[in-house]
Design a protein around this ligand. Structure first.
Ligand code: SIN
Length: 520
C-alpha cells in the first residue's frame, strides 16, 4: 500500500498553523531587523517605501544596504526604487491633493501639532535613529529632532496665517482680492547631513499650505524619513499625502521624473550646487516653482576688537557642528593679524580635547564623517594647504580604515588653498591671516557661494558695514549659530534660490491668485 496521500487529501491534513502568510513572514523579519536599532518603539523602523498609504518594496525586489558610518556595519535595507515607483508615488500624491488641499487650515494645523507632539514623545528614538544612520553624536541627534520638530510646529502655526490681501481698485464698483492656494504636488529631495530636519523644513511648509508630497530621502539616511512618514500617518495625515521613494542607483531617473513630471508643481532640494543646477534645469522644462538650498563656503571673520573667548566658542560650534558637515559651517576662518596667534592657540587647545567616536558613546564629542569619499575630500584639502605652506596645529589625518577624520586646525593657510575655494564639509578649521576690513571683505566675497557669513566685532559701525557688504543670504554677528525654524534660511549667488522657514517660508508652497470683483 502506498503511504503517499493524494495532494487534495494531504492539503486537508496540513495544520493551518504552519502556513505562515508572506505578510507575517515579512513582519517577523522586519521586527527582528528593527531590533538592531534598539528603539523603544521598533515599529518606527520601516524597511519599505511608502506609496499611497502602503508600505511597499521595489517592484524588482532590489534593495539598498544602509550602514552605520561609525562602524560600517549594516543597519538594514530599504527598496531600490525606480521610475515606475516614482510615477506611482506622484500619481498617489495627485490623487490625495483634492481632499488634502480642501481641508481647513485649522484642520491641517491640528494634524501638524499632533505630529509635533509625536516627535516630542519619540524624542529619544528619533535622536538615536539619526545618530545610527548619520553618525552624529546622540546629543546632536536629539538636538536635530528638536530642530526638526520645530519646523512642524512653526508651520502648523503658519497654516492658519496664510492671509491674502485686499487691494484698493483704480476703478469704481470693482474690488481686488488676493487669495493664496497650495501649489499642488511637491517633490522633496534631501541630504544625509540632517536626515530629519531637512525633510520637515520642506514637508512642514508643504503640508501646512495644503500640498501633497513625494519625498526622496538620501540613500545613506532613509530611516529617519520613513519614521517621520509613519508619525505623520499616526498624527492623521491621510494616505497619499506623503509618499516616500527610496533610491540610490536609480537616482538619476527618479530625480528627473520628480523634476520633469507635469503633475509635480514644485521642486524643493537641499544639497550640492552642481546637483541644484541640474534639478533647476529639469524643473525649468515645465516652469515649476523651485526652492534650492545649495552649497556654502562660509567666511568666519574675527576682527581685532572681537571678544576672543566668545569667538573661539562660536568657531567651535560653527565649524565642528556635525563634524563640519553642514552647509552653514564656517569654511574659511579669517583672523586679524593682531589677534591671530592668540585665537589660533586657544582654538587648537580646545580642538585637541575633542573625543571622536561612536555617537552613541556618551564620551564622544564628535562623530565620524558619512563615508570614505568625505574623509578623502578633507585629506585632499589638508594636503593641499600643507603643500602650500600651512602648519598643522592639531589633527590632520584620517583614522585608517574608518570614516573618522581627526578634528583639525591649520594655521598660515594661504589664500589660494583649495579649502578657501571649495566647501570642505569636514572637521577642518583653516585659519587665514588678514590686516584690513577691505581686504577681508574682498577675500570673503571672492567665491561663487553666498549662503552664510559670520563675524566677530564689538564696533557697531563696523558691524553694520560688514553685515551689509558680505555677499551672503544670512549674516551672523557675534554668534556662531544661525539655524532656527523662525528665520528665512537661504542663500544668494550659487548657494540657492528661495527661503525656508521664517515668516514667508510657507509662501514658497502657495500660489497667489488675484480675484477682481466687478459690477458691484
Ligand atoms: C544644511 O546644512 O543644509 C542646513 C544646516 C542648518 O539648517 O542648520
Amino acid at each position: 500500500m502506498s503511504h503517499r496521500l493524494s495532494p487534495a487529501f494531504s492539503s486537508l491534513l496540513k495544520p493551518p498553523i504552519f502556513s505562515i502568510s508572506p505578510q507575517i513572514t515579512r513582519y517577523r523579519m522586519a521586527s527582528s531587523q528593527a531590533s538592531v536599532f534598539g528603539l523603544k518603539d521598533p515599529s518606527l523602523i520601516k524597511f519599505q517605501g511608502l506609496i499611497g498609504g502602503k508600505w511597499v518594496d521595489a517592484k524588482d525586489g532590489a534593495k539598498i544596504v544602509v550602514k552605520n558610518p561609525a562602524s560600517n556595519q549594516e543597519l538594514g535595507t530599504v527598496p531600490e526604487m525606480g521610475l515606475a515607483e516614482t510615477k506611482e508615488a506622484i500619481d498617489a500624491a495627485a490623487k490625495a491633493f483634492p481632499t488634502w488641499s480642501t481641508t481647513t487650515a485649522k484642520e491641517r494645523h491640528d494634524i501638524l501639532m499632533k505630529m509635533y507632539a509625536l516627535m516630542q514623545q519619540h524624542h529619544d528614538d528619533l535622536g538615536r535613529l539619526i545618530t545610527l544612520e548619520n553618525g552624529k553624536t546622540l546629543t546632536e541627534g536629539k538636538g536635530e529632532n528638536t530642530y526638526s520638530s520645530s519646523f512642524i510646529e512653526w508651520y502648523a502655526e503658519e497654516a492658519i496665517r496664510t492671509y491674502g490681501e485686499q487691494i484698493p481698485s483704480a476703478f469704481k464698483n470693482v474690488r481686488n482680492v488676493v487669495i493664496k492656494q497650495p501649489v499642488g504636488v511637491v517633490s522633496i529631495m534631501t541630504p544625509w547631513n540632517f536626515p530629519s530636519a531637512m525633510i520637515t523644513r520642506k514637508l512642514g511648509a508643504a503640508l501646512a499650505a495644503g500640498c501633497t508630497t513625494v519625498i526622496k530621502p538620501p540613500p545613506e539616511t532613509p530611516f529617519s524619513a520613513l519614521a517621520l512618514a509613519e508619525l505623520a500617518s499616526r498624527a492623521g495625515v491621510p494616505d497619499g499625502v506623503i509618499n516616500v521613494v527610496t533610491t540610490e542607483k536609480n537616482v538619476t531617473v527618479v530625480g528627473k521624473e520628480m523634476c520633469e513630471s507635469p503633475i509635480v508643481k514644485k521642486v524643493t532640494f537641499t544639497g550640492s550646487t552642481p546637483v541644484a543646477k541640474l534639478l533647476a534645469g529639469m524643473a525649468a522644462s515645465t516652469l515649476k516653482k523651485v526652492s534650492l538650498e545649495a552649497g556654502g563656503n562660509a567666511p568666519f571673520i574675527i576682527f581685532d576688537d572681537a571678544n576672543i573667548d566668545e569667538a573661539v566658542a562660536a568657531a567651535i560650534l560653527c565649524k565642528f557642528r556635525s563634524s563640519g558637515q553642514t552647509c552653514v559651517c564656517a569654511n574659511r576662518i579669517y583672523v586679524h593679524s593682531t589677534v591671530y596667534a592668540e585665537f589660533a592657540s586657544r582654538l587648537a587647545e580646545k580642538v585637541a580635547a575633542f573625543k571622536i567616536g561612536d555617537g552613541l558613546d556618551e564620551a564622544t564629542t564628535h562623530g565620524p564623517l558619512i563615508h570614505s569619499r568625505a574623509t578623502q575630500k578633507v585629506t585632499r584639502h589638508v594636503e593641499d594647504a600643507v603643500s602650500k605652506g600651512a602648519q598643522v596645529l592639531v589633527g590632520g589625518k584620517v583614522v585608517e580604515d574608518t570614516n573618522f577624520f581627526q578634528p583639525t586646525v591649520l594655521s598660515d593657510v594661504p589664500a589660494d588653498a583649495l579649502v578657501n575655494d571649495e566647501e570642505t564639509f569636514g572637521p577642518l578649521a583653516a585659519l587665514v591671516k588678514f590686516d584690513t576690513e577691505d581686504e577681508v571683505i574682498k577675500l570673503a566675497n571672492s567665491t561663487t557661494f553666498g549662503l552664510a557669513g559670520y563675524f566677530f566685532s564689538r564696533d557697531v559701525g563696523r558691524a553694520w558695514r560688514v553685515a551689509e557688504r558680505l555677499e551672503v543670504g544670512m549674516v551672523a554677528v557675534n554668534t556662531g549659530l544661525i539655524s532656527q525654524a523662525t528665520i528665512p534660511f537661504g542663500g544668494i549667488k550659487e548657494s540657492g534660490l528661495g527661503r525656508e522657514g521664517g515668516p514667508h517660508g510657507i509662501d514658497e508652497y502657495m500660489n497667489e491668485k488675484l480675484i477682481v470683483f466687478g459690477g458691484l
